[in-house]
Design a protein around this ligand. Structure first.
Ligand SMILES: [Zn+2]
Length: 161
C-alpha cells in the first residue's frame, strides 16, 4: 500500500513459523494465504463474495461462508471465517464436530488507521483482508488426518495428489 495507489488487489502466499508444540493438528511451520483488496466502495459484501467464490473453486461445489465478529488488530470490524462443512453439508459430522461449520481463518475490513499510515485516503478508499492456512484446507479437502505428514517429504503421500 505504501508503494502502490488503489485499486490494490493482492494474494500473498508464504511460509510462516510459530513457537508451537507439534501434534496431529498443529505445526510450528505452515503455509498461509493472505489477500488484500483496497478500492472505492469496498464492503463486507465484497469480502464475503470473494471468500465464497474462492472456496467454491477450491472444493468444486458451492460453499457457504459465515463471518463471526472477532478482534484482529489491523481490521475493523474483524471476523472469524467459517465454511459450511464440505463433508456433511451442514448436517453435522465428526469433521465439523457436529456444528456444520469449519473454522478456516481470519478476515475483516482494513482499519482506517492502517490505510492512512500507508498514505491511502480512508475517506475515499476502503478495503478488506483475509488469511487462512493452506495446510489446513489441504487436510480438510484430502482427508489428511495428521498435518506433520505434509512436511516429511514422503513422495508416497505427495504423489497421491
Ligand atoms: Zn460436517
Amino acid at each position: 500500500m505504501e508503494k502502490n495507489k488503489p485499486p490494490i488487489r493482492i494474494i500473498a502466499p508464504g511460509k510462516v513459523f510459530r513457537h508451537e508444540a507439534t501434534d496431529a493438528t498443529h505445526e510450528a511451520q505452515f503455509y498461509q494465504l493472505e489477500g488484500l483488496v483496497v478500492g472505492e466502495n469496498i464492503s463486507v459484501a465484497n469480502l464475503k463474495w470473494t471468500l465464497e467464490t474462492m472456496f467454491e473453486k477450491l472444493f468444486g461445489k458451492k460453499m457457504n461462508i459465515r463471518l463471526r465478529p472477532s478482534y484482529f488488530p489491523f481490521v475493523e470490524p474483524g471476523f472469524e471465517m467459517d465454511m459450511s462443512c464440505f463433508k456433511c453439508e451442514g448436517r453435522g459430522c465428526s469433521t465439523c464436530k457436529n456444528t456444520g461449520w469449519i473454522e478456516i481463518g481470519g478476515s475483516g475490513m482494513v482499519h482506517p488507521k492502517v490505510l492512512e499510515s500507508a498514505g491511502v485516503d480512508s475517506k475515499k478508499y476502503s478495503g478488506f483482508a483475509f488469511g487462512y492456512g493452506v495446510d489446513r484446507i489441504a487436510m480438510l479437502k484430502y482427508g489428511i488426518d495428521d498435518v506433520r505428514l505434509l512436511y516429511q517429504g514422503d513422495l508416497r503421500l505427495v504423489n497421491q495428489f
